[in-house]
Design a protein around this ligand. Structure first.
Ligand SMILES: [Zn+2]
Ligand SMILES: [Zn+2]
Length: 391
């Protein structure tokens, strides 16, 4: 069985790579994936046996309903690109100025098309249903494509879902798994410190929002350093600090925006309260006022233990023990988390880096490149794991 499936995957390698390069050449950003969706839709129709629909403007769903009843297993691929000008010298580099598949979602689409194509030839043997979710807008919050597709009903009846991400920090030939929390919730904060403007030479007649803002930024780091259990992971980063117009005018206010990353729901509730306590304390100490908004982003990706166990077994059987790498959680985010609210699920990393070939640039970098052999590895894991989950 393993040999047969792997043979089928290898036999469509050229086609999968062709799809991936076509998509790489023609990237579209979140919510604009019109041509991408059209390409996926029409390619899926050529496979036969599939029920193909367009549940959202740019999302695509394909259902392969087996001849015998059974479980419903879903596989998800995201499909959006990023607003980045590509700087690689690849022959199939983006032809769309200022837009690039710099996260590898082109590979995700191509893999899932390949998986669907092979499974279509096995309909007689499938007990249950395989559902292929091509999701738009992973890179854009709110609300993100996953939430919209769920609203449109794509998860109805699904027993388990798996998703993978080609991952350059992981070398080619490796599959990265994590039991439990894997990716963080990316919540944003928007803070206005309201002081009193005036002449830079007469500071005593002002309430210096810049100085108070600077103290807030420094004090926020007490949360991670002194309020959080050292065995828990939290990130608080101030990424925007804006205030003032010129060198001798004290502004009325400054704007301080940042991101909060947590890996469990308790800390997700706690950290904004600690943040506000510091903001309230520092501003009131200096007679300033503030306005604070915390906006919740995607949920945390917390892998279901039973599904990860299936993936672990699959990796060991299909690629060997040496391919398996247990990876530490990432403070990045993924809206795959939304599907996990509806069914047991697991997300995993497909090694796509290759130091020898120079595929070392991080995700979202203008020189981002992957080793295309990752597509074959990913397809094999998806297919073998899906078969195990159906059983
Ligand atoms: Zn990304
Ligand atoms: Zn991504």
């Amino acid at each position: 069985m393993i040999g047969d499936l792997n043979f089928l995957v290898d036999s469509i390698k050229d086609q999968v790579i062709f799809w991936r390069r076509h998509l790489h050449r023609n990237p579209e950003v979140s919510y604009q994936e019109r041509e991408t969706a059209r390409f996926i839709y029409h390619t899926l129709l050529t496979f036969g046996n599939l029920e193909v629909t367009r549940p959202t403007k740019t999302g695509v769903l394909a259902r392969l309903i087996g001849k015998k009843p059974g479980k419903v297993i879903a596989i998800r691929a995201d499909m959006d690109a990023l607003p980045i000008q590509e700087e690689t010298t690849l022959a199939y580099a983006s032809q769309n100025p200022g837009v690039m598949h710099a996260c590898g979602h082109d590979a995700h689409i191509a893999m899932l098309l390949g998986v669907a194509k092979i499974f279509c030839g096995m309909q007689e043997d499938i007990k249950g249903e395989l559902r292929f979710i091509f999701q738009h807008a992973e890179e854009s919050f709110p609300p993100g494509g996953a939430e919209e597709l769920i609203q449109a009903g794509v998860m109805e009846g699904v027993d388990a879902i798996i998703g993978g991400h080609v991952w350059v920090p992981l070398e080619i030939g490796k599959i990265g798994l994590t039991y439990g929390p894997m990716m963080a919730s990316p919540d944003s904060f928007y803070l206005t410190i309201k002081g009193k403007g005036g002449h830079g030479a007469i500071p005593h007649q002002t309430i210096d929002a810049i100085l108070i803002g600077a103290e807030v930024v420094v004090n926020l780091q007490h949360i991670v350093a002194r309020n959080i259990d050292p065995f828990d992971q939290v990130v608080i980063s101030v990424c925007r600090f804006v205030g003032g117009t010129t060198n001798n005018i004290m502004p009325n206010q400054v704007q301080i925006d940042g991101t909060i990353r947590t890996l469990n729901s308790k800390l997700r509730q706690e950290v904004p309260l600690l943040l506000e306590r510091i903001v309230r304390g520092v501003t009131s100490a200096h007679g300033a006022d503030y306005d604070l908004k915390v906006i919740q982003g995607y949920g945390q990706v917390i892998n279901d233990e039973r599904v990860v166990r299936v993936l672990e077994k699959t990796v060991r059987e299909v690629m060997g023990d040496a391919a398996l790498e247990f990876v530490r959680p990432s403070m990045g985010a993924e809206d795959f988390s939304a599907y996990m609210q509806k069914a047991s699920g697991a997300f995993f990393f497909i090694g796509g880096g290759n130091k020898e070939k120079g595929y070392v640039y991080p995700h979202h970098h203008p020189c981002f490149m992957i080793d295309e052999d990752a597509l074959l590895n990913g397809m094999k894991i998806f297919m073998h794991a899906a078969i195990k989950l159906l059983a």
